[in-house]
Ligand binder design. Structure first.
Ligand SMILES: Nc1ncnc2c1ncn2[C@@H]1O[C@H](COP(=O)(O)OP(=O)(O)OP(=O)(O)O)[C@@H](O)[C@H]1O
Ligand SMILES: O=C(O)C(=O)C[C@H](O)[C@H](O)CO
Length: 305
């Protein structure tokens, strides 16, 4: 690595609103915070390119990023639209169900000169499909990815309700070098993309890797851990240790896992160690309340070696 890596979470910055509390969120924010923590020991950093309103929640969101040591220089302020919010309900199985407020500040993300500079200088970016639901942000996100030609570009599909994935997915995959998805998203993606497979998950992953022209595809499987499919074959690492706090929720486990994948790739870990790091990150966040709990030394030791 020639220079300390700079990693970008691109898309929605918002607050997760639980019945009794509001928590910093948005998959790209969670990703950037965790990537920052993992890369700090090697001089690297995570930042967020998003847009908040000129309102109290926007100021709170900025303050919370500052408290976590995240560069807010690429957080845009919209004069007309409010800061994003999401109502989070936990199902009886403890799985989060998200209701996402429409037409908020991050739907109006602008690809300005500052954003172009970030795209041209970053080493990795993580983006999803939700933030591409409206035309202004979709156009900005796609322009960013076109300008980040040399970066690892991880698409974390993160299907949510309220927008149509089908028209977004093919272009998002073309712009990605790595795709991360879960077991529910894989068959849907295979169908939308018309992948030629037998319908078995492994065959679907291989077809996505080949037909998508990707460097890697990561399948997240909750307590079963992550499977990383590359041109060299499939890799599983050590399982993450899962000792849940009584107030734990799995919000952000996938985002933390994605940060582990990208940090591991940038640090040049071998594929099994990349998956071990990703599993440790996902399991840690799934065992804590909130999406960006501090990381324990046993995880930081995986990147300090
Ligand atoms: N209960 C658990 N026990 C052990 N590891 C877990 C557990 N839950 C999550 N993990 C780890 O975290 C990773 C990501 O979790 P999960 O599969 O729930 O994410 P996801 O569906 O991608 O989430 P999101 O919708 O937030 O992106 C898993 O692949 C696994 O490594
Ligand atoms: O950003 C998303 O995909 C969301 O659904 C926001 C969530 O509330 C959560 O913070 C992401 O894991």
């Amino acid at each position: 690595m020639d220079q300390p890596p700079r990693v970008v979470g691109l898309g929605e910055a918002l607050f997760d609103c639980f019945p009794d509390r509001i928590v910093l969120g948005g998959a790209p924010v969670n990703f950037a915070v965790h990537a920052d923590r993992l890369l700090n020991p090697t001089g690297g950093s995570g930042t967020i390119l998003s847009r908040v309103g000129s309102d109290a929640l926007g100021r709170k969101l900025t303050d919370e990023l500052v408290q976590r040591g995240i560069d807010t220089g690429h957080l845009q302020h919209d004069p007309n639209y409010p800061t994003g919010t999401v109502d989070v309900r936990l199902t009886d199985e403890g799985q989060p169900d998200y209701t996402i407020t429409p037409d908020v500040a991050w739907d109006h993300l602008d690809f300005d000169e500052r954003a172009r500079g970030l795209a041209e200088s970053c080493q990795a970016v993580c983006f999803g499909t939700l933030a591409q639901r409206s035309k202004p942000a979709r156009s900005s996100i796609q322009s960013f990815l076109e300008s980040a030609a040399d970066a690892i570009r991880m698409l974390d599909i993160n299907i949510r309700r309220g927008y149509d994935l089908a028209p977004l997915l093919p272009r998002s995959i073309e712009l990605a070098t790595v795709v991360k998805l879960n077991e529910h998203e894989l068959p849907l993606a295979a169908e939308i993309l018309g992948l030629t497979t037998s319908g078995q998950p492994l065959a679907q992953l291989e077809a996505l890797l080949d037909e998508g022209g990707l460097d890697a595809v990561a399948l997240t499987r909750g307590s079963e851990g992550t499977l990383l499919m590359t041109k060299q074959g499939g890799f599983e690492g050590e399982p993450g240790s899962f000792n849940p706090n009584p107030d734990a929720d799995s919000v952000g486990a996938g985002d933390a896992c994605g940060a582990g994948l990208v940090a591991g790739m940038l640090l040049g870990l071998d594929p099994r160690d990349i998956v071990t790091l990703a599993n440790a990150m996902g399991a840690h966040v799934a065992s804590c309340p909130g999406a960006t709990p501090p990381l324990p030394d046993r995880i930081l030791d995986l990147v300090r070696r």
